[in-house]
Design a protein around this ligand. Structure first.
Ligand SMILES: [Cu+2]
Length: 268
């Protein structure tokens, strides 16, 4: 569908999210045999767009965004039950997996306040045998990282700068609620994702990822691209009840191995 030319500022993003799942044998709950699911029965979902700039007096200026993380249910396939996920969005109702596509302009900074609205408990198991963000009370530690972004360190989503619901608890390097992305680097397609210490793979598996695009109309306009749609490819394994499967035995270092053993690939 359409041509993909990296040089041409593309805006077709293909991101492969490879997550360590551990064992292929389920220990708790029956896995869905995805070979039995009909393919291409769902329309390609279009993620909502959020603009990281606005026009004032004929000039593009910086914009401050607030993007939350919410627990909700998400339909990954017509014949799968709805799946509990963690989703980025401007509200629980509009939150999606992947999250909204953030559209920015080269040279116009975007500020994002990432808000954690997640529940006290995670929807997936944590591995206690590796160094992990440990809130003293309940809560799911999160911190957003703009992958490939070039900006100040305090906005980079350091794994120890995590925070829980309403910033109730914060990690040792946490310093600011609002992140500043300069958007001064080459235009192109990036992605954002959670980055909390020891929980990155779990939080991504739960759904905390999305596309981030830096545009430069002076480069892109003359190309007159016929198609402009970010694509994200990611994979998951599902239990029969629709929930995401993740091995929960906590047998270090099983969780830390990289490699993709999920059963189903999804395109959004
Ligand atoms: Cu990354």
């Amino acid at each position: 569908m359409g041509l993909i030319t990296l040089k041409s500022l593309l805006i077709i993003t293909i991101i492969s999210v490879i997550l360590a799942i551990g064992d292929t044998k389920p220990t708790d709950g029956e896995l869905v045999n995805v070979a039995k699911l009909d393919m291409f029965v769902d329309e390609l979902p279009g993620m909502p767009k959020i603009y990281g700039f606005e026009m004032k007096n004929g000039v593009h200026v910086s914009k401050s965004l607030e993007i939350g993380m919410f627990m909700k249910k998400w339909k990954f396939h017509r014949d799968l039950p709805a799946t509990p996920v963690f989703a980025y969005g401007t509200s629980k109702e509009t939150a999606t997996v992947p999250g909204p596509t953030i559209e920015t302009l080269h040279g116009v900074p975007t500020q994002v306040t990432w808000q954690n609205h997640l529940p006290r408990k995670h929807i997936l198991p944590w591995d206690p045998t590796i160094p992990t963000a440990q809130p003293k009370q309940h809560g799911v530690p999160t911190v957003a990282h703009l992958h490939g972004g070039i900006h100040e360190p305090q906005s980079d989503g350091n794994s120890k700068s995590w925070f829980t619901n309403h910033f109730n608890q914060t990690g040792p390097t946490w310093s600011t609620k609002t992140y500043l992305y300069n958007n001064n680097q080459h235009p192109g397609a990036l992605w954002y994702h959670d980055h909390a210490m020891g929980l990155t793979r779990v939080n991504l598996l739960a759904g905390l990822l999305g596309a981030y695009i830096i545009r430069d109309p002076s480069l892109e306009g003359p190309l007159r691209l016929p198609l402009d749609r970010p694509l994200i490819v990611f994979d998951r394994s599902f239990r029969a009840d629709g929930s995401i499967y993740m091995n929960g035995t906590g047998n270090n270092p099983r969780y830390t191995l990289s490699g993709n053993l999920s059963t189903s690939a999804m395109l959004s």
